[in-house]
Design a protein around this ligand. Structure first.
Ligand SMILES: O=C(O)C1=C[C@@H](OP(=O)(O)O)[C@@H](O)[C@H](O)C1
Ligand SMILES: C=C(OP(=O)(O)O)C(=O)O
Length: 456
């Protein structure tokens, strides 16, 4: 099947089907793991090889940023998913450098700490929309640790663009920040803590830390790279100073991006299998195993003996007439980046769903609570938007509409899921999925057309 990739900004008629989808979908590498491994490989004492690297806008931006700071990435056999990484020599990185973060939270939050240890002046900028994303606590934390950062007179610094004045190893020590706005503030500091002279004793001073899975992921990859890190009490992490020794690593498939494909099984009453699903993982996307049954789906897992992976299969339910049955999801908390996909299911469900503890999503690629409310209204649904929750009554009679993406890959895939079940749904700027899944429009079109083997 020939499918044309829509250009940025183009509208895209989301494919609709009333035939149950049955497919196996092979997913590319995890964005969150790829960008953590890239940073640690670049800060490592010795070279390493990464396989299963995600090729997307966010990961390209990370590679470009680390290259600008002195790392080198060599494709093996011309394969962009296999990279040999030559680390940065921080003391030899000098001059004036500009880093483009695009709209990537991982780049804008993780790079300033790396830049602080160089001898260069590093301007960290991004898309205009990135200026709305919170940066304050991570910059404050780096300054507390002794880094030198300025931002055109902003005091305190709260947003991009900003300039890091690298002056060699950051002294480090005790740091306290409120990471309620994003788990990436904690992750960013932990990732570079071992390069600080005294290491890092980090406390989160606020109440709620969003996305605890992503912090666990950071701790996990640091430990795999030989960094000693302690978590003596909730909201406190101690990183010992010392070398980072990244090893050759295979990146797990992106379980968050599995979401829309698995949701396709639920909304059509079909079944979708994702191979290479890790048996043990820190990815938040592993929560689909619990979330999708709440909407009435069945989830099975077939481990592949002797490996850390297996086949995860999600099967939707249909009534006697063949109509897909989606039950209300009930109350689900702390979904972070899984929220837009889950919201699509909640809009298509017969019963109520309440998504709570998602207030910090107002600082994601767009204000996702406002965006989901606006797009639900266009489809004919009335939902309740609280400061940090969304409530869906369910049983809506949705009508097709032109949905906005807001430069947000997950709002674009939200539109695609709705379109599978609601005829005449159009998604504006589906190409924004390139942030983490450049092949999404063509893979989704093939899926909807009944192709059984999909490479996403
Ligand atoms: O560290 C990471 O890789 C991420 C952390 C989370 O950020 P928040 O804690 O801001 O939700 C998540 O939503 C984002 O997609 C990726
Ligand atoms: C919040 C997200 O991304 P970022 O890494 O840019 O924060 C996301 O992918 O849903």
């Amino acid at each position: 099947m020939v499918t044309r990739t829509p250009a940025p900004g183009e509208t895209w008629s989301a494919p609709f089907t009333n035939t149950p989808i049955h497919a196996t979908v092979a997913l590319p590498g995890s964005k969150s793991l790829t960008n953590r491994h890239l940073v640690l490989a670049a800060l490592s004492e010795s070279p390493s090889r990464l396989t299963g690297v995600l090729v997307s806008r966010d990961t390209d931006l990370m590679i470009q940023a680390l290259t600008a700071l002195g790392a080198a990435f060599q494709r093996v056999n011309d394969d962009p998913t296999v990279l040999d990484v030559t680390p940065i020599r921080l003391a030899e990185t000098t001059g004036e450098i500009t880093v483009d973060s695009g709209l990537a939270g991982t780049v804008m939050r993780f790079i300033p700490g790396v830049a602080a240890g160089t001898q260069a002046t590093v301007l960290v900028d991004g898309d205009e929309q990135s200026y709305a994303r919170p940066m304050g606590p991570v910059i404050d934390g780096l300054i507390q640790a002794g880094a030198h950062i300025s931002a055109n007179g902003q005091d305190p610094i709260t947003t991009l663009p900003l300039t890091v004045h690298g002056k060699g190893p950051v002294p480090g020590g005790a740091v306290g920040i409120d990471s309620g706005g994003s788990s990436q503030f904690v992750s960013a500091l932990l990732l570079v803590g071992a390069t600080f002279g005294r290491g890092l004793d980090l406390r989160h001073t606020g109440e709620h830390t969003p996305s605890p899975e992503h912090i666990a992921m950071t701790v996990n990859v640091l430990e795999a790279a030989g960094v000693r890190i302690e978590h003596p009490e909730p909201n406190r992490w101690m990183v010992h100073p010392g070398p980072i020794t990244a090893t050759d690593t295979a990146v797990e498939p992106d379980l968050s991006n599995a979401g829309p494909y698995l949701a396709a099984a639920v909304v059509t009453g079909g079944s979708v299998t994702v191979p290479y699903w890790p048996q043990e993982t820190t990815q938040i996307g592993d929560r689909w195993r619990d979330i999708l049954p709440a909407f009435g789906a069945t989830v099975t897992f077939e481990p592949v003996a002797g490996t850390n992976y297996g086949d995860l299969t999600v099967t939707g339910t249909r009534d006697a007439t063949g109509r897909p049955i989606i039950t209300g999801g009930g109350e689900i908390a702390d979904l972070a980046e899984l929220t837009p996909t889950t919201a699509a299911l909640a809009l298509l469900a017969d019963g109520p769903t309440r998504l709570t503890k998602i207030g910090h999503l107002r600082g994601h690629e767009t204000d996702r609570l406002t965006a989901l409310n606006a797009e639900a209204t266009k489809l004919g649904a009335t939902i309740e938007e609280g400061l940090d929750y969304l409530a869906f009554a369910g049983g809506y009679d949705l009508t097709g509409a032109t949905l906005e993406s807001y430069a947000d890959h997950r709002m674009a895939t939200f539109g695609a899921i709705i379109g599978l079940a609601v005829e005449h749904t159009v998604v504006h700027d589906i190409a924004t999925t390139a942030k983490t899944m450049p092949d999404f429009p063509s893979a989704w079109t093939k899926l909807a057309a009944g192709q059984r083997d999909i490479r996403a």
